[in-house]
Each structure stands twice: as C-alpha cells, then as structure tokens.
Design a protein around this ligand. Structure first.
Ligand code: ADP
Length: 675
C-alpha cells in the first residue's frame, strides 16, 4: 500500500505539534485527574468535619435539655411538692417551664416511680412510669441525657398530641431497604432526667423531660445554619442535615423534587446496613432522595447503647460537579489555546525549515526540465544547507559532464559526417569506375567488330578507288559517263572516311605529342567548319582566355574532337542560334577547359547517357561515331568530356585537358579495348 502523500512542511508541523499536543493533553488529563480527585477528597474531608460539627450541635441540644432538667430538678419546689404529694404546687411551675423551654415531655415522678405530674398531659397521673431506664437512672441519683425512642402508647400518655405529631407517613424511596411499613408511629426524643432531692439530700423523686424530634426540624436547621451557613447553589441549599429514626427521615432539610422537606423518605439499604446494622460511620457519595451527595452518617445510640437511628450531614455534589466542569473547561481551553499556539509556531517553523527543501524541489524540477546553471542560495550550516551545497556541486559536475558528452557527440558527428562523405565519394568513384568498366567493355567489343569490318572493307574499297581512278583517267572531259565515275570516286572517299573513323575508334592511335595552342586551333577549326556545315543564322561567340598558352597533346586528334563538337552544335541549331566557344586555363590545377555551347534542340534526358555510345545517332546521315571517338581521344589525353543539356534550350559540352601529358601517356598507344 502506498504511503499517503504528505509534504515536508506538514510532517515537520505534525512532528513538532504532536509531542506538544500529547504533552499538553497528558498534562491536562493529569491536572484534571489530580484536581478532581482533590476536590472529591476535600469535599469528603469537609463532610467528615461537618459530621463532627453536626454531632456537636446535636449534643449541645441534649446538653441544653439536660441542664434545664437538672436545674429544674434541683429547685426546692419539686422536692417540696413530692414530699407533700401536692401536684398542685408544681403545676404552674412545670407547665411554664415546659412552655418556655419548648419541651414536649416534662414529668415529675416520686421515688417509687409513680407519676406525680405530667406537664404534657396533666390528666394522666398516678401511674407507674414506664420509660424504664430514664427514670430509674435518675432515681439512682444520676443525671442522664440522650436520645430515646418512645412507643406510641407512651407518647399518648405523655402528651395528647404527641402520638399524632410523631406519626410520619412513609414515602416510598429508591434504594431503600425492602419493607412494608406505611407509617412510623414511634417518636425519637432528646431526653434528660435528673433526681429530685430533699433538703437532706435524699432522693425523693425524679424529673425528666424531652423534645420530640419527629417533624421537628429545629435541630437539623441549626446544624445547617451553623455548619453550612446557609450557602446555596442554584437557589437550593448546598448543605443538608437529617435525623433518622431507624431508616426513616423524621427531621431533615433535604428537599424532595417539589421543594418540600423529605420527611418520611427512607435511608438507602446500603447505608442502613452499614450505619444501623453494623453501627459504623459512612463517608462516601450517597444518593439522597433525588440527588447525589457527599455524605456522612453516624449512628444515634439510646441510653442503653442501642442504635435507634442516625445523624446525617451531606453536601450536594452539583456545585462540585460544576467546579469540575469548570476545571475541565479551563484545561480544555488551555489545551486548545496551547495547541493553536503550537500549531501556529510549528506551522511557521515547518514552513521556515521546509522552504529550502521546496526551493530544492523546484530547482530539481527545473533541472529535470533541462535548465542548467541552477544554484541554491542557502547559507544554513545544517543538513539542509549541506544538501543544498551537494546539489550545487552535483549540478556543476553534471554540467561539466554534459559539456564533455556534448563535445564528444559533436566530434563523433563530425567524424561520422567525414566518414559518410568519404564513403559517398568512394561509392561515386566505384559507380563511375563500374560505368567506365561497362563502357570500356562495350567499346572494346564494338571496337573489335569495327576493326574487323573496316579491315575487310578496306581492300575492296582500295580496288574500287583504283578502278574508279583508272576509269576517270580513261574518260575524257566532257564524257557523259565521267560524272558517274566521279560520284563513284566521291562515295568511295566517303566510305573510306567512315572506315577511317571506325579504325580510329577501334584502335587508338599513338599520340604525336606537340605543343598545341588551343585558342589558335579552335580559331582555325571555326574557320574550316564553314566549309563543312551551313553557318547561316548562327551567331558565333568566342570567349578565348588561354591566349598563347599551349598544352601538350596530339593536335590532330584534339582538332578532331573540337571539330566534332562544333559541327554537332551547329547541326543542333537548324533554325539558327548562338554558338559559344569558351576557353580558360587553371594554372593551379594544371588543366585547361574548353566549352562548346549551343542554343539548339538540346538532348532529351532519356538519350543523354547514350550519346557517347558508338553508332548512336539521331541523324539520318549520321554515323554515331563522332562523340565516341572524341571521348576516346580526350580520355587518352588524360582528360574528361562532360555534357549538360536542356531540351529545346541547348547543350554545353565541356572538355577538360591536362596542360601536360603524363610520361606514360607520351608514347601511349594501344587498343581501345585496353583503356
Ligand atoms: P553523329 O553526329 O554522326 O550523329 P555523334 O557521335 O557525333 O554522331 O553524335 C551522336 C548524337 O548525339 C547525335 O546524333 C545527336 O543526336 C547527339 N548530339 C551530339 N551533339 C549534339 C548537340 N550539340 N546538340 C544536340 N544533339 C547532339
């Protein structure tokens, strides 16, 4: 699988940002964890302390009742009333005391435990008190105080309204222990008892009193007031306190959802088991009524040390949760701002660091596209700077190598061109040589044939000529047969001419070398040609530039060549034209050049290769030997003969001859077939 394309800049940015991000993230998480844990611990610690404070308030309440009871029991009127068995004597005093101290129970008993006066229910008296330990302790001379549960029947005795006030309807509560109890009829009291003594210090009775806690929120409100100072969050108290009788809230400032005190709701089974059953304290989160609280519970013991209920303080978790949210928010913000800052810084750094790399990439692309002489201006002393320097030196080396390769290519090309030209010229030479060879072979065959024919014709011709001459001598002038004899003699002369040509073509004659003045020879030829052919209508142009310069050659043979060419030119201009004869000399090359040009009929391209072939003629009376003989002569002189022609425009024959003949050619004579 191909790796995704990521730019260096992005990699650098990610490379520097990721660790930063991870570090900030870890720090934030650690910070959040530490702070939140700390908040929880502190909250729990506070609740633990709050429970101590609550217990203190609760104990103070008990202490207050104890002080009131003890103080009242020590007053002489109680002892006097008891000794006189005069309940009327204590009635005003005790009922005033009950009212002033907001006591729900206030009862005076004699030393036998018989009730003398019940301030809460004056009508009920004379019975034996049945609250057990509370009275008997006092009758033993102790002052005791604490919490106590009164059953309903005793409350009915102690005060007419007490049992009704104490009755609490149970409200079904989540997480409470299972139970079918619909109402709580018992009442929990803060009680105190003290002995009543006469002047001699003998115990004559006991006074006890108490405050019903069921539905009485004074204690819990005081705890809330003292411990939490009425701190609220979102218009609800943060701190709460509760007094449980068994598992029922009988006094509380915890509120239900509809804002009422949650009296009648129950303790969760978990807390109940710990606090009521196991008699232990509870410090933990707890779901109280309808919300989570940092909670603290401790059992409330009666005078015998039995658990009758529990005291609770708790702080709503919500403010702490809000605080935790705030902490999360702050840390999240720090993380975000840190990351953004890191992003900007690492983006800038990445861009700054990757700039030379991008520059390098651009230059490499330009280099690949064919640009040269590229240099990176990087002065950094790090790896990137080193890379840039390497690149610069690499381009330099590459340029040198390319120049060397280019030079090598150029010289190779030149060499190839030279060799090709050489090969072409050699090919041309080969072709020319081949052509020459073919032509030579052809000429040799024709020459042999011609020589044979000429030789055979020569003898009969000599006989005919001899007889014709004898005949002419015998015929006197004016004889009518003389004209025919003269025609025979003329035609024999013509045949001999042809045979002579044939022989000169077939066997090259030995050159009789002399100094030949070309211009002069041509002048003479031009003069003589007028006898041979009609020059009417022909303009003659001479361009002689050799002057007195002489060349080495056989003058007769050369004259034959030039005569042939001039006669052919004139014959090609039947309707008149311009005959140009031009000579010049090239001293450096050691050659002379004779050009004979006409403005006649020209030679058709398909015939131009045949005109030097023996017996090729387009003329009715031609022999077709003029050019082939001329070719042989020129060649025998070490020269060349070439032609250029355009149909209907004219032809130019150019004869090039060496100024001097080679030694071998001076007495060169041989058969044509050998050339
Ligand atoms: P002949 O003159 O007897 O024909 P040549 O060998 O001299 O033989 O010439 C061969 C042929 O070359 C001629 O028949 C003619 O067709 C052609 N030729 C030679 N010279 C010229 C010229 N100057 N212009 C046109 N055709 C020419």
């Amino acid at each position: 699988m191909r790796a995704p394309h990521l730019s260096i800049r992005l990699k650098l940015t990610l490379g520097s940002l990721l660790p930063l991000f991870v570090a900030i993230l870890f720090c934030s998480l650690a910070g959040i964890y530490i702070i939140i844990t700390r908040i929880n611990v502190l909250a729990q610690e506070k609740v633990r302390t709050d429970l101590n404070s609550a217990r203190e308030v609760y104990s103070n309440e008990i202490g207050h009742i104890r002080d009131v009871i003890r103080f009242s029991a020590s007053m002489p009127f109680a002892a006097q009333a008891l000794s006189a068995d005069n309940r009327q004597a204590v009635t005003p005093f005790l009922s005033a005391l009950r009212q002033n101290e907001h006591l729900d129970i206030l009862t005076l008993v004699d030393k036998h435990g018989r009730v003398l006066y019940r301030a809460g229910n004056p009508a009920a008296c004379g019975d034996l008190d049945s609250n057990g330990d509370l009275t008997s302790r006092a009758l033993r001379g102790e002052v005791s105080a604490g919490s106590l549960v009164f059953p309903p029947e005793q409350m009915l005795l102690e005060g007419k309204e007490l049992a009704r006030r104490a009755t609490i309807d149970i409200i079904p509560t989540e997480r409470a222990k299972p139970g079918a109890k619909k109402s709580e009829y018992s009442g929990m009291f803060l009680v105190a008892s003290a002995p009543v003594k006469d002047a001699a210090g003998d115990i004559t009775g006991a006074l006890y009193g108490g405050v019903l806690l069921n539905g009485n929120n004074a204690v819990v409100d005081r705890i809330k007031q003292i411990v939490y100072e009425g701190v609220q969050y979102e218009a609800k108290d943060v701190g709460t306190a509760t007094i449980f009788l068994d598992d029922t809230r009988i006094s509380t400032n915890v509120q239900t959802r509809d804002g009422k005190r949650a009296i009648g709701t129950r303790l969760s089974a978990e807390v109940y088991n710990r606090v009521i059953i196991n008699r232990e304290k509870w410090f933990d989160r707890a779901f109280v009524v309808n919300d989570w609280y940092f909670s603290a519970y401790e059992p409330i013991f009666n005078l015998d040390g039995g658990v009758i209920g529990s005291l609770y303080v708790g702080m709503r978790e919500q403010p702490n949760t809000a605080l935790k949210k705030k902490v999360n928010l702050i840390f999240g913000g720090v993380l975000l701002i840190g990351s953004l800052f890191g992003l900007v810084v690492s983006g800038f750094t990445g861009s700054h660091l990757s700039r030379p790399i991008r520059e390098l990439q651009r230059l490499v692309q330009r280099f690949s596209a064919g640009e040269r002489d590229l240099r990176i201006a990087t002065e950094t002393r790090d790896e990137i700077g080193e890379l840039a320097r390497e690149f610069n030196s690499m381009t330099g080396t590459l340029m040198q190598r390319e120049a060397a390769i280019h030079e090598l290519n150029r010289s190779l090309e030149l060499k190839v061109q030279e060799r090709t030209a050489e090969l072409e010229s050699k090919n041309l030479l080969l072709l020319k040589t081949q052509e020459e060879l073919v032509r030579a072979e052809k000429l040799a065959a024709v020459g042999e044939l011609a020589a044979g024919v000429a030789h055979e014709i020569n003898n009969p011709m000599a006989i005919i000529r001899g007889n014709a001459e004898v005949l002419l001598m015998d015929l006197p002038p004016g004889n009518s047969n003389r004209e025919e004899a003269e025609i025979i003699s003329q035609q024999v002369g013509r045949v001999e001419g042809i045979v002579g040509n044939l022989l000169s073509f077939a066997r090259q004659q030995r050159k009789a070398l002399r100094r030949v003045a070309i211009d002069r020879s041509l002048e003479e030829i031009l003069r003589q040609v007028g006898h041979q052919v009609q020059l009417e209508g022909i303009e003659l142009r001479r361009a002689f530039s050799m002057g007195a310069t002489e060349i080495e050659g056989d003058e007769n043979q050369l004259r034959q060549v030039f005569t042939n060419l001039i006669v052919n030119a004139v014959q090609a201009m039947e309707n008149g034209g311009t005959l140009t004869v031009r000579t010049d000399c090239n001293g450096e090359e050691g050659t002379c050049r004779v050009e004979i040009g006409d403005t006649g009929s020209g030679i058709p391209p398909e015939q131009i290769n045949d005109i030097f072939t023996p017996f090729f003629t387009t003329k009715s009376s031609g022999t077709g030997l003029g050019l082939s003989v001329s070719y042989g002569i020129v060649e025998n002189h070490g020269g060349t003969i070439t032609v250029t022609s355009k149909e209907c425009e004219g032809s130019q024959f150019i004869v090039t001859l060496p100024l001097l003949q080679a030694t071998a050619g001076r007495d060169g004579m041989g058969e044509r077939a050998r050339t």
